[in-house]
Design a binder for this molecule. Structure first.
Ligand code: DMJ
Length: 466
């Protein structure tokens, strides 16, 4: 009798367990299916919202600054970088328009570029910025769109900038006159020496003329050969004497994309020298700049010879390194850094330009709608598919919508403590920030990051040399 009761009770419990298990599986299955549906819908909605933001910024440019370099939406006017326009915004914006499939805007940009862009100007320009934004934009536009006029313009520009490499050391001068070829700017930095290698390399490949790549690479090797005992480079160097004028090593502005292009140059061109230079540099970066603190993991400043820590500053520009770590398949470090990047971004609700990570005090309070933090977050999302990075991307886009949007466009922020507006909009808003925001939500067929290498201005370069 006791045995029978025991048996019946257990059968009963087992039945309950089976029913509960079935119920659990059913509910869980439904929930996750439901969640996927919501996510797919949500992605569609967000993709449209990012496109709308891009188009709103572009309309501001077309309405108030058409044909100029950039727009000031609040004042309803535009401005140029130099005495005449180089059509910075349309050229920089084109690759994002293509990725987003914005046909009307592409036609508008093309009409402007092909009717107005002309480099025969008696004007001294900053070689690095023009190479990454304009030459990079034109080369990428050519590969995406196929119109040969993009390539002709890029080649004309490349020829006009070539004189910068005629220094005693091979390191490029900072400035060049587009008409006369007269160079100036003896004092420069590793970023402005090395961060055009992708652009000149693409030009070489696409025009079948190795000169551009060879000259640019010579400059990169020259600065690398002058690295400190830490294997790191400093902040300022004289291109004629090869002497360092500022030995501060870091991954921030004036150095940043020099490191980025060592790795990306290897990925795009398969140049083993660049891979070796990257591997050596990365050891130095990790050992002397990497800083594990109670506030998280960061990269600070150190002397390029002694390796002694000189500052605990990290900023918006430094965030590019998260994407580079992903490309280097160093996901663990990328994740650690991302925790800090997101902490910095959410400190005030919008990213400050720089903080002191030892105190978490803001050192430069403005926000130029820079892309690097969003870029790092996107690379992590793309590589890990860990939902938290997708959520972080959403938060960042929402913050731009909330704080940088004005009635007729988008503007930068003077101070993230007060969110006071700064009436200007850099062209990288179109080239980079909006592109990375979009990629979080874009349909798979829109773009495949693994099929190309993005230049430092987020223009896709493909390994097809036609
Ligand atoms: C862009 O022009 C490029 O990303 C460059 O490498 C660094 N600065 C801006 C964006 O912040």
């Amino acid at each position: 009798m006791i045995l029978k009761e025991y048996f019946l009770t257990n059968i009963h419990n087992m039945k309950n367990k089976i029913v509960l298990t079935l119920l659990f599986c059913f509910t869980f299955g439904l929930c996750s299916a439901q969640e996927k549906v919501t996510t797919a819908n949500e992605k569609k909605i967000y993709a449209e919202r990012v496109k709308t933001a891009f188009k709103k910024g572009w309309r501001a440019y077309m309405d108030y600054a058409k044909g100029m370099d950039a727009v000031n939406p609040i004042a309803k006017k535009g401005h140029n970088w130099y005495s005449e326009t180089l059509l910075m915004t349309p050229v920089d914006a084109f690759s994002t328009m293509h990725v987003m499939g914005l046909k009307k805007e592409m036609a508008e940009a093309k009409a402007l570029i092909f009717s107005k862009l002309n480099f025969d100007k008696d004007m001294e320009i900053q070689q690095f910025e023009i190479a990454i934004r304009i030459m990079g934009g034109l080369l990428s536009a050519y590969q995406l769109d196929g119109d040969k006029r993009f390539l002709s313009l890029a080649e004309d520009l490349g020829k006009r900038m070539l004189p910068v490499f005629e220094s005693r050391t091979g390191m490029p001068y900072r400035l060049v006159n587009l008409r006369t070829g007269k160079v100036s700017g003896v004092t420069t930095n590793p970023c402005e020496i090395g961060s055009m290698l992708l652009e000149y390399g693409m030009l070489s490949k696409l025009t079948n003329n190795p000169t551009y790549y060879e000259k640019c690479k010579k400059g990169v090797v020259a600065v690398y050969d002058r690295r400190g005992k830490t294997d790191l480079v400093g902040t300022e160097i004289n291109v004629e004497t090869g002497e360092w004028l500022n030995k501060s090593a870091h991954i921030s502005g004036r150095i940043d994309a020099y490191y980025e292009y060592l790795l990306k140059g290897w990925l795009l061109f398969g140049d083993q020298d660049l891979k070796n230079m990257w591997d050596v540099s990365k050891v130095g970066i990790t050992k002397y700049l990497g800083d594990q603190t109670p506030n998280g993991f960061w990269y600070g400043y150190a002397d390029m010879d002694s390796g002694k820590r000189t500052a605990t500053i990290f900023g918006a520009l430094d965030c590019f390194y998260g994407a580079v770590l992903c490309l280097d398949k160093d996901m663990e470090t990328a994740k650690k850094l991302q925790t800090s990047i997101y902490k910095m971004w959410t400190l005030k609700g919008l990213e400050p330009e720089a903080i002191d990570y030892s105190t978490m005090q803001i050192k430069a309070p403005y926000y130029m709608i820079r892309p690097e933090a969003i870029e790092a977050t996107y690379y992590l999302w793309h590589n890990t598919k860990d939902e938290q990075y997708y959520q972080q991307g959403k938060t960042m886009f929402e913050a731009i919508e909330k704080y940088c949007q004005v009635d007729n466009g988008y503007v930068q922020i003077k101070d993230v403590n007060t969110m006071e507006k700064w009436d200007t909009l850099e062209s990288f808003f179109f080239a980079e920030t909006m592109k990375y925001c979009y990629l979080f939500f874009a349909p798979d067929k829109a773009f495949n990051l693994d099929k190309c290498v993005l230049n430092t201005e987020a223009h896709p370069f493909f390994r097809t040399w036609k």
